[in-house]
Design a protein around this ligand. Structure first.
Ligand SMILES: [Zn+2]
Length: 324
C-alpha cells in the first residue's frame, strides 16, 4: 500500500514538499499610459484597471517598485494616429516620454515596452496595410521597418527590454541587428513568440484603444489550433536573438507554454490576458469565486507549466498578498 497522503497531513508537511512557490519577482505589471488624459480613467471591461496620464506614470511605477515588483510593461495610447504609426517611433511619443519620466524615480525598475503599431495606426492593425478591393493585406517587411524604428526609440528613451507583440516575420532579427548597431547591445528582447489570435484579448482593446477598424488579426497572429507551429515560431525567435520567449494568452495555452519551456530552456514568459482576468473578476463580483485563492491557483499553474515570467493585471495584489 502506498500512502501519498502521509505528506499532506499538516501545513508544515505540505510546505516541506511543495514543488512550486510564487515570488513577487515572478510578476510583471502592465501599465497603460495615455497622452490624451489629465486624470486616470478606469477601464470598464477590466475592473480595477485604468489608463494613466503621462504626469502620473512615474508615481505609479514607483508604487509598483515600492510593493516589491521589479518590472513593468508599458503600453502607450497616443493622441495622434495615422497610417504610418508615426507616433509609435517619435522621440516625444507617449511611451518614450513615459520612460524618461520613470527612469529618474525608479532607477532599479525594469522597464519593458510593448513594441507594436496597432495603438498608433488609424486602422488599428499591427502593421502597414494595403487594401485591394475587398481584401486587405498587412505588409510584413514594411511593418518590420517601423517596428525597428519603434524599438530603437524605446531603447534610446531608456527601455531595458523591448517586447515586440506584432507577430510579423523576421522582426526579432531585424530589431536585434538594429539595437546592436545603435549601441544598444545590452537591451533585451522579450518576443511574443507564440501569440494566438484569441478572443480573450477583448477587454485589452478598450484598455489600449486598439481594435482593428476592419478585418481581424488572423493573417498574422497564430491559429489557436496549432501547437507545433508555436514551436517553429519560437525556434525562429531563438535563432534571431530573442532573450525571453513569450506565450500569449495563458491558461488556454498551458501545453504550448510547457513545450516552449521544455524545448528551448530559455527564460519563458506568459501573458495572462485581459479576458482571462475579466472572467475571474466577473465570477468574483457574482460571489462564485474567491479572488485571492483563484488568482494564486492560476499563477501557480502558470509557473508549474514553465513560466519564469508572468505578466498579469494582478501583479500589485499578488505583491501585497505574498507579503501577508
Ligand atoms: Zn498590435
Amino acid at each position: 500500500m502506498h500512502r501519498p497522503r502521509r505528506l499532506r497531513r499538516s501545513p508544515a508537511l505540505r510546505n516541506l514538499v511543495r514543488e512550486t512557490q510564487l515570488s513577487v519577482h515572478d510578476f510583471v505589471l502592465p501599465l497603460f499610459v495615455s497622452e490624451k488624459l489629465d486624470e486616470r480613467r478606469p477601464i470598464a471591461s477590466m475592473p480595477g484597471g485604468f489608463q494613466l496620464p503621462i504626469k502620473q506614470i512615474a508615481d505609479e511605477a514607483r508604487r509598483a517598485q515600492d510593493l516589491g515588483l521589479q518590472a513593468v510593461l508599458l503600453f502607450g495610447i497616443p493622441e495622434h494616429k495615422d497610417e504610418q504609426a508615426s507616433s509609435a517611433h517619435a522621440e516625444d511619443g507617449v511611451v518614450q516620454t513615459a520612460l524618461r519620466a520613470i527612469k529618474p524615480k525608479c532607477p532599479n525598475l525594469i522597464t519593458i515596452t510593448d513594441v507594436c503599431l496597432c495603438e498608433y495606426m488609424s486602422h488599428g492593425h499591427c502593421g502597414v496595410t494595403r487594401i485591394d478591393g475587398d481584401h486587405f493585406h498587412v505588409l510584413n517587411d514594411e511593418s518590420v521597418e517601423l517596428l525597428v524604428k519603434t524599438a530603437l526609440s524605446h531603447a534610446a528613451a531608456g527601455a531595458e527590454i523591448v517586447a515586440p507583440s506584432d507577430m510579423m516575420d523576421g522582426r526579432i532579427g531585424a530589431i536585434r541587428e538594429a539595437l546592436d548597431a545603435g549601441g544598444f547591445e545590452q537591451i533585451g528582447i522579450m518576443s511574443y513568440a507564440a501569440k494566438f489570435a484569441s478572443t480573450f484579448y477583448g477587454p485589452f482593446r478598450e484598455a489600449a484603444e486598439s481594435p482593428p477598424q476592419f478585418g481581424d488579426r488572423r493573417s498574422y497572429q497564430m491559429d489557436p489550433s496549432n501547437g507545433n507551429e508555436a514551436l517553429r515560431e519560437a525556434a525562429l525567435d531563438v535563432d534571431e536573438g530573442a532573450d525571453i520567449l513569450m506565450v500569449k494568452p495563458a491558461l488556454p495555452y498551458l501545453d504550448v507554454l510547457w513545450r516552449v519551456h521544455e524545448r528551448f530552456g530559455k527564460p519563458t514568459a506568459v501573458y495572462h490576458v485581459s479576458g482571462e482576468y475579466a472572467m475571474v473578476k466577473s465570477a468574483v463580483e457574482k460571489g462564485i469565486l474567491d479572488e485571492r485563492t483563484a488568482v494564486f491557483e492560476i499563477m501557480t499553474a502558470l509557473k508549474r507549466a514553465g513560466a519564469d515570467v508572468i505578466v498579469t493585471y494582478w501583479a500589485r495584489e499578488l505583491a501585497q498578498w505574498l507579503r501577508e
